[in-house]
Design a protein around this ligand. Structure first.
Ligand SMILES: NC(=O)c1ccc[n+]([C@@H]2O[C@H](COP(=O)([O-])OP(=O)(O)OC[C@H]3O[C@@H](n4cnc5c(N)ncnc54)[C@H](OP(=O)(O)O)[C@@H]3O)[C@@H](O)[C@H]2O)c1
Length: 310
């Protein structure tokens, strides 16, 4: 079957912009719901994208969106609570119900590497419960993706280290020994596209990692070196890191770091498989200079604006 009419939940986000652009390039019509249409402004220029302002947590709204689609992609996710159960478990469950009701069999679902019911953080436990519900839906053709941290021009990861380096002479960070194997956002989009029409991927979960594993220390050093802002790094002891995270959680707005994030970092985010569907994984050193090396004051504002979704 050809998948031409596709609903992308979470399509307004960082990964979503690349997945939606890839689907459009392949000729699909794509509908992207957003709780604030303005956040998906960057998608409006794409020729076959329809951005709909609505809250997919409302079951009737979700059912109406799912009806008549050839496939649904679920990219909804949050990094900070509260709301993990709602976004990562209840929404996928409601989506499965809507897919059954409207006989939409094909579902691509984004989880996270390390997601499991007995993981140390609520983020990973809720992702684990969501992915289990999706893989348990044997009556549907579902595929789950479990990426390590994802990097790309609009990420909230490498860019953040460079922003911090621009503001501070020394970077004091927690868990510098934590391990990650970052995967490039365009590779993730290509893998999802490759899976879409591949029946071998039905009922399967794919771990997605880049070609190299790094400690957090190595990652920060790499991002800072590429941006031309080398900074000394200081490891925060756990007790201080948790105290700092608690204070950041109490401040208004999305915290820079939460205690739950620190718990997630207890699990190594690495894997030893290559990307499926013939996608060649890109290295940070090969692609990130295109945006990190030229971050000057002007570009920085556009990154800030993107992150603030303005
Ligand atoms: N980025 C990474 O490094 C990484 C690593 C592993 C896994 N993942 C997973 O990949 C997926 C995409 O991540 P991302 O980095 O693109 O995230 P993102 O930029 O924060 O985008 C998240 C999207 O989810 C929607 N959303 C958030 N909370 C919602 C809620 N409570 N109800 C309904 N919609 C909600 C937002 O839509 P609105 O327009 O309505 O705000 C937004 O489009 C997520 O599932 C994430 O957990 C990401």
């Amino acid at each position: 079957m050809k998948f031409e009419n596709i609903l992308v939940l979470g399509g307004s986000g960082f990964v979503g912009r690349h997945v939606v652009a890839s689907l459009v390039a392949r000729g699909a019509r794509v509908t992207v719901p957003s709780r604030r249409r303005e956040r998906a402004r960057h998608l409006l220029l794409l020729p076959t994208v329809d951005v709909v302002e609505c809250d997919v947590n409302r079951r009737e709204a979700l059912a109406a969106l799912v009806a008549g689609r050839d496939a649904v992609v679920n990219l909804v996710g949050i990094l900070h609570g509260p709301g993990f159960a709602r976004a990562h478990v209840e929404l996928p469950q409601a989506l499965l119900e809507a897919c059954r009701t409207h006989k939409v069999r094909r579902l691509l679902h984004m989880s996270a590497l390390g997601a499991s019911l007995d993981a140390p953080s609520e983020y990973l436990r809720s992702k684990g419960a969501g992915e289990q519900a999706v893989l348990g839906a044997k009556d549907l053709d579902a595929t789950v993706f479990r990426p390590s941290v994802i990097f790309g021009p609009e990420d909230d990861f490498l860019n953040k280290f460079v922003e911090l380096a621009a503001m501070m002479p020394v970077l004091a960070l927690p868990r510098l020994e934590a391990r990650f194997q970052p995967v490039y956002v365009r590779d993730v989009a290509q893998v999802m596209l490759g899976a879409l029409e591949e029946s071998k991927s039905f009922g399967r979960a794919y771990d997605l990692c880049g070609p190299k594993a790094y400690s957090l220390r190595e990652l920060v050093e790499t991002a800072c070196r590429i941006s031309g802002r080398r900074r000394p790094l200081l490891g925060l002891p756990d007790s201080l890191a948790y105290l700092l995270a608690l204070l950041l959680e109490l401040a208004p707005g999305a915290p820079l770091m939460s205690r739950d994030n620190l718990r997630s970092m207890q699990v190594e985010s690495v894997c030893d498989c290559s990307l499926p569907f013939g996608v060649a994984a890109q290295e940070i050193e090969a692609v990130a200079p295109a945006w990190l090396a030229r971050i000057g004051p002007r570009q920085r504002y556009s990154v800030f604006r993107w992150r603030a979704r303005r």
